[in-house]
Design a protein around this ligand. Structure first.
Ligand code: AMP
Ligand code: MG
Length: 432
């Protein structure tokens, strides 16, 4: 193992992969809930969806025109038009009760059921309708000006989906198109994997909730907000529990509220300086490990399970306190865990290869996740570091849309070098 610069390598540090694997072993898709169709957007289907009906339910017209018998218009052409008697009208939602007999036609609109006897729809443009209108003639008769193969412009029953057909598979992400498909099948509710409820707890004597003035070195609790927002952004339901003071009693009291959550995320109190109280309380309430992960930012991390009062063990992820560390640790660990509970297949963010426009340093043999602004120019991703990389500089996170990776075994990466970039946003925001 190499080390770089002033830092040192701790032998007991877990690699990012080890920590990830250990943690992810505790997460799998949650149970399904009967969900009103529109609310299922962004969820994963828990069951196969089979069609209860034919779609379309009846053969219907794909054009505005005339429903005819194919044999009546054989060899019709502008020079040899076929004259048909128009016996009725079929509109969408209002079929015609009449039957198209030899020598007759029914005027038909797009989506209208094709009347009995007809097998073909001739569009207006291939009739003399416009000429007749201009000439002030009635539409009791119509001349067909072309021969169309039988079945033309008729959408057969069950063309899109047949009754009983498998339409959407369990495990499918429900996007607007899936919502539309299920609506077309008349499904008011769907069985979708429910969203995890994530309790969020900040710890620290220095933290003040918003709305109070800052005094004597206090700071506002930003982690509760960035974590809650991150939970929402990946499909979880945040349940903020507020701020626990750095004393066992307060932490203990606050943790009683976690029963019924699917995950607890705490921030701070996991670094060497201060985790003893947290450690004691968490150890008493469950099994929690404190880890050092070979990454920068976000080296200190806690993971384990709390025994809720109801007896069910709730996984707990303890993020570091520094605001950037908390967000990066959320990205690397909490987000994939939440997505696993949601039944999503791809758990980590997408990664692209790009070119650094400025250097990234690695002081002590950890994997560095540098905040970068990624831009796509002429087909190449360029990653520009967003300024000072201290783990307290939250504005540099706000300027970033990606995390450029410097591997553990490199002392850094220079401008112009290629890097892997974890994309915190995707292409539509990145393309300039
Ligand atoms: P700790 O992990 O308790 O040593 O905290 C590390 C740093 O993160 C300290 O500078 C804390 O003040 C800061 N910090 C901890 N919790 C929060 C929070 N909820 N919001 C903003 N900063 C925090
Ligand atoms: Mg603290």
């Amino acid at each position: 193992m190499r080390s770089h610069g002033r830092g040192h390598v701790e032998q007991d540090m877990l690699s990012v992969e080890e920590a990830y694997e250990r943690m992810m072993a505790s997460f799998s898709p949650l149970d399904a809930a009967e969900t009103p169709l529109l609310e299922a957007l962004g969820h994963v289907l828990a069951v196969d969806v089979r069609s209860p009906l034919d779609l379309p339910p009846l053969a219907n017209s794909g054009m505005d025109g005339y429903a005819v018998r194919g044999e009546d218009i054989r060899n019709a052409s502008p020079d040899a038009p076929r004259q048909l008697k128009v016996i009725g009208l079929a509109a969408a939602g209002r079929g015609s009760p009449q039957t198209v007999a030899a020598g007759t036609a029914i005027r038909i609109m797009t989506g209208a059921p094709v009347p009995a006897g007809a097998d073909t729809v001739v569009p207006f443009e291939e009739t003399d309708e416009v000429r007749r209108r201009k000439a002030g003639l009635s539409l009791d008769e119509i001349a067909i000006l072309s021969d169309l193969p039988p079945g033309s412009n008729v959408r057969p029953a069950g063309e899109d989906v047949g009754r009983g057909e498998l339409v959407l598979q369990a495990g499918t992400l429900i996007r607007p198109a899936e919502i539309g498909v299920m609506a077309s099948l008349g499904l008011e509710k769907v069985k979708a994997i429910r969203s995890p409820v994530v309790s969020i707890l900040a710890t620290g004597d220095e933290l003040v909730p918003m709305g109070r003035p800052l005094e004597g070195g206090n700071i506002y609790d930003s982690n509760s907000f960035s974590v809650a927002a991150s939970v929402m952004a990946c499909g979880g339901i945040p349940r903020p529990l507020g701020i626990a003071r750095d004393n066992p009693g307060d932490l203990d009291r606050t943790l009683q509220a976690v029963a019924g959550s699917d995950l607890v995320i705490t921030s701070a109190g996991v670094s060497k300086g201060d985790y003893d109280i947290v450690k004691d309380v968490l150890a008493r309430r469950g099994e929690i490990d404190f880890w050092s992960v070979r990454m920068r930012p976000a080296k200190p991390l806690a993971f384990g399970h709390l025994r809720g009062d109801g007896g069910r063990a709730v996984p707990l992820l303890g993020l570091p306190g520094n605001p950037v560390s908390a967000m990066v640790a959320f990205e690397m660990f909490a987000r994939p865990a939440i997505r696993a509970m949601l039944g999503r297949r791809r758990l980590p963010r997408p990664t692209v290869e790009g070119v650094l426009t400025g250097p990234v340093y690695n002081a002590d043999g950890r994997r560095v996740y540098a905040r970068v602004r990624v831009e796509l120019r002429n087909g190449t991703y360029y990653a520009s570091p967003t300024g000072p990389q201290g783990s307290n500089i939250l504005t540099s996170m706000a300027r970033a849309n990606g995390l450029a990776i410097c591997p553990e075994d490199l002392p850094g990466k220079e401008a112009g070098e290629r890097v892997q970039i974890i994309m915190l946003e995707w292409n539509e925001e990145v393309d300039v």
